[in-house]
Write a new protein. Structure first.
Length: 167
């Protein structure tokens, strides 16, 4: 996260400008609506109204925090969820059951290949849907399939995930 100060010289005393920047950072670290960390965000401090008799530290902090909240809301910030790269190695006879289970977990199957007498299935799956997969893949394959999983990317979480977090 980056905070850039583009205030005109003397728009705010240096101490108050630094306080505004810190308030922006602090509010952004709070993560907006859900309190989740923000990624790939830049805040730019463009202007401020200052009155020597009325502008207090508390007022500057409150204004900066309010600006961050309103900016995030206006920007249409989305909730991201981790997506995992998954490789499942299984005997051919269990491939259909394993594919069905992955599809039920909202996985996207990106390819399959033959590796000797085994089938290798490559997929991308939301991490939240993969809990308990180790037991499930053993059960579906009579203990003969194996899998590996590693972080791949972040993708926008489905609306039901967001509703569950807010509800």
């Amino acid at each position: 996260m980056l905070v850039e100060n583009k205030l005109k010289p003397n728009a705010l005393p240096k101490e108050l400008a630094a306080l505004a920047e810190q308030a922006i950072r602090d509010e952004a670290l709070g993560g907006g609506t859900l309190g989740c960390p923000l990624m790939q965000v830049k805040f730019t401090l463009l202007d401020a109204d200052y009155s020597q008799t009325e502008t207090t530290e508390v007022a500057v902090q409150a204004a900066a925090m309010d600006a961050v909240r309103k900016g995030l809301q206006a920007a249409g910030v989305v909730l991201l969820e981790p997506v995992m790269k998954l490789e499942v190695v299984t005997p051919e006879e269990f491939l259909g059951n394993i594919q069905s289970d992955l599809l039920a977990r909202k996985a996207a199957i990106v390819g399959t290949e033959q590796r000797g007498e085994l089938r290798v299935l490559d997929a991308e799956a939301p991490l939240a849907r993969m809990f308990g997969y180790s037991s499930q893949v053993r059960s579906l394959s009579q203990g003969r399939a194996s899998y590996s999983m590693e972080p791949l990317k972040y993708a926008e979480a489905p609306k039901e995930v967001l509703e569950e977090m807010l509800g």
